[in-house]
Design a protein around this ligand. Structure first.
Ligand code: HEC
Ligand code: HEC
Ligand code: HEC
Ligand code: HEC
Length: 197
């Protein structure tokens, strides 16, 4: 929504700036004091990923802060490898396996944080920004309250469930659910016959 609005806005600002520029030129040519300062450029729309109300990230008990183990005694190991000393329960199944690794998302040196593709550090309450970098369509739907779960007031405060409340970030595809057999219908019996004298 913001994107489609931004185009015409900016063009409008440019036209306005050009008008002031020409007005200024005319005034100074006539010896009059230079025209007023051009208006400040329009503020860019706030990023769609601004600060949102979210519940606490769904960490397993005792795992956070990560820095209780990832401190100076456990130097970062950037080698892609099978983890054995910890996290051996994490099987990455998220996009092409040959070029996905833990440190694509987790901050190498500050393990209590994630990072975006440009290296910017984000905390775990903002993990949706990370997801949104590759799943822009789902992210926009989520922001609009169409995907995921948003609660609160239509014209007031809203709370969003994080993507990771529903999707495992390491293996996000939902597993198929084994169908259960249908319920047994009650059997017809003739027991009632003996009850009537
Ligand atoms: C696509 C990005 C991504 C990749 C790749 C990734 N993680 Fe994560 N990981 C996350 C996010 C986001 C969370 C936060 C989940 C939450 O908020 O509870 C997380 C959570 C964790 C946790 C806490 C889990 C828990 O039980 O609470 C550990 C440990 C972890 N990651 C380790 C790893 C390791 C080790 C790898 C590589 C084998 C890895 N991650 C790869 C995004 C990623
Ligand atoms: C109980 C200690 C402990 C906690 C808590 C812990 N880790 Fe680790 N982590 C380890 C150990 C040990 C390794 C090295 C495993 C190996 O080399 O087999 C490791 C390795 C990793 C790696 C692989 C890259 C590297 O530097 O070796 C990632 C990514 C990672 N941990 C992320 C996390 C995140 C994110 C959290 C918090 C949500 C977390 N860890 C919490 C002990 C821990
Ligand atoms: C670096 C890019 C990248 C990031 C960051 C990323 N993903 Fe993905 N994701 C992918 C790719 C690639 C696939 C595989 C698409 C496919 O198989 O069609 C995928 C698949 C998925 C799927 C499964 C779609 C299906 O086919 O069923 C879900 C759900 C998902 N990601 C959620 C997330 C969430 C939640 C996060 C944030 C924690 C996240 N992704 C972060 C690239 C990314
Ligand atoms: C309230 C739970 C919930 C939240 C929160 C949520 N999702 Fe989903 N997501 C789902 C469900 C349910 C599906 C449908 C799964 C299916 O059809 O297999 C889905 C599907 C997806 C898919 C696969 C769509 C496809 O076309 O196959 C992606 C990618 C995805 N979600 C990304 C995200 C991202 C990114 C976020 C956060 C910005 C997010 N989701 C937040 C529940 C959620």
């Amino acid at each position: 929504m913001n994107i489609s609005r931004r185009g015409p806005d900016r063009r409008g600002t440019l036209l306005l700036a050009a008008a002031f520029f020409f007005a200024g030129a005319v005034f100074s040519a006539g010896g009059a004091p230079a025209g007023p300062e051009p208006p400040p450029a329009a503020q860019p729309a706030p990023p769609a990923s601004g600060d949102l109300q979210v519940p606490a990230p769904p960490f397993s008990e005792g795992i956070y802060p990560c820095s209780q183990c990832h401190n100076k005694d456990l130097p970062v190991n950037r080698t892609r490898r099978k983890l054995e000393a910890a996290h051996d329960d994490i099987a990455l199944q998220h996009g092409p396996p040959e070029n996905r690794w833990c440190l694509d998302c987790h901050h190498a040196d500050r393990r209590d944080f994630l990072h975006l593709a440009n290296g910017e550090q984000i905390d775990f309450r903002h993990s949706y920004q990370l997801c949104g970098q590759c799943h822009g369509d789902k992210f926009r739907d989520w922001r609009a309250g169409v995907h995921g779960k948003r609660t609160g007031q239509w014209n007031g405060k809203k709370e969003y469930l994080l993507c990771v409340h529903c999707h495992n970030p390491h293996s996000p595809r939902f597993k198929p659910i084994e169908p259960l057999p249908p319920p047994q219908p009650p059997q017809r019996t003739n027991d009632w016959k003996g009850l009537i004298p």
